[in-house]
Write a protein that binds this ligand. Sequence first.
Ligand code: FE2
Ligand code: FE2
Length: 465
Amino acid sequence: MSAQTKFQTQNVPVAQIVGALSQALDITEGQPKGHSARCCWIGLQIGEALGYAQQDLSDLYYAILLKDLGCSSNAARVCAHYITDDLVLKREFKKLDGSLPKVLAFVLTHSGMEASMAEKFRSIVSTLRNGKEIVREIIDTRCQRGAEIARQMHFSERVAETILSLDEHWDGTGNPEQKSGKQIPRFSQIALLTQVVDVFNTGEGRLQAVEEITARRGSWFDPQLVDVFLKLAEDDLFWFSLADEDLPEKIHTFEPVQMQRVADEDFLDEIAKGFAQVVDSKSPFTAGHSDRVMIFTDLIAEQMGFDPGHRRWLRRAALLHDIGKLGISNAILDKPDRLSDKEFEQIKLHPVFSAQILSKVEAFGDMVHVAGGHHERLDGKGYPNGLKGDEIDLNTRIVTVADIFDALTADRPYRAATPTAKAMAILDGMTGSAVDPRCVAALKQAIEKLERLPQSSNEKLAQTA
Ligand SMILES: [Fe+2]
Ligand SMILES: [Fe+2]
C-alpha cells in the first residue's frame, strides 16, 4: 500500500518510480513506448532461466530499466553529425549492425530532409573518414554518462557497470572499449540482447527478432546466452506475455519479491536530481538549467517562508519541470536561429510531455500542474493551455520566475548571459501581465541577501549548491 500526503510521500516502491520514468528514456531514444520495460522483462526471463539469485535478478532488473540513462547526453552530437532528427536516428540506429557501409547507407537516407546537399555531403565525407571513431565517441559519452548518473542515484556498482558496457560485443567489435568475451559484464550482454530482441520484435516481428539474434551468435553475443534465449523463444507464451500492452505499466510488479525497495525522501531527491541531469545533458544550450532553476526556486520559496517539507517538494518539481524536453528533437532544441512556427509548436509540447511523464509516477504525480504549467502567463498568453490568473497556482508561478531568470542569466552558445540587474529589470517589466510580482520581489530580496554575504560565504554556497 502506498500513501501520499501533500509535500510528503510515503512507501512508494522504487520499482514503481523507476518503471514509470524509464518511459521518459524510451522517448529520448526514439523507441516505442515501453521499450525499457519490455527489455527488463525479457532480461528477467533470461536471468531466471540461468538460475540467478534474487540479488542478481534485482541488479539485472534495475540495470536494464535504466540502461538508457545516458541516452540524452549524445543527442546533440548525434544530431549535429548526422544532420537529422536525433529521435528518429537513434531509433533506427539500434537496428544497424555497425558495419560502415550500412552506416553510410543510413546517413544517405536519413540525413535531415531539410539539410542542403552540401551539408549532406559533409556528413557523408565525415562518416567515411571518421565513421568508427564518431560512433565510438557517441557511444562512449552515452555509456559513461549513464553509469555516472546511476551511481549518483545510488544504484549498485553492478548496475553502473552494466550500463557502461552495454554496447560491447562478444567478438570485441563493440564500443566504447572493444571488450570481448568474458571481459564484458554478463548483465551488459543480457541487456544488449534484450534490446535487439525488442527493437526487432516491435518493429518487424518475432521471426525477425529470432533471426537477428541467431545471426549475431558468436559475433555480438555469447553463443551460450543466445541458446538460452532461443530456448525461451520457442515458447509461444513468452511472446504472448511480451505483447501485453499493459506490461510497461505493470513492470514494477516484476521486481524480485525479496529485494523490493521502498523510496524514502532522500531517494526521491536523488532520482529527481538524476533525471534532471538526463534532461540537462540533452542540449549544450541547457546544461545545468534544471539544477539552477531548482536553486532559484528554493531561494524564492525560502524568502516566502515556505516550510522545509514544502520547499523540498518544490525543489523536486523544479528539477523535473523540463523532463518533457526529452521528447523534443535536438534539431529544434539546439537551433540558434529563430524557430519556425512549426518548430515552435513542437517546443510548446514539452510542458505537455512533462505533465504526461510525471502523471505516471505516483511519487511525483502532484507536481503535474507545476511541470505542465511553467510556461503559462497570468494574462492567459502562455502555453500550452493559455491558463489565466488564479488558474495558475503559487508553486507554478515560483518555478516560472526561476525558469525565466535562469534563461536570462545563463550563458548560451549564441549569446552572453544577461547581467543580474538587467534580468531583474526584465522580470519587473513582466510582472502582472506574465509573472507574479510577489515571486519576483522574493527573488530580488533573496539575491540582494546573497550579494550582501561576504565573498567567502558565497563561494561556500556555490560549492554546496
Ligand atoms: Fe520549459
Ligand atoms: Fe525550463
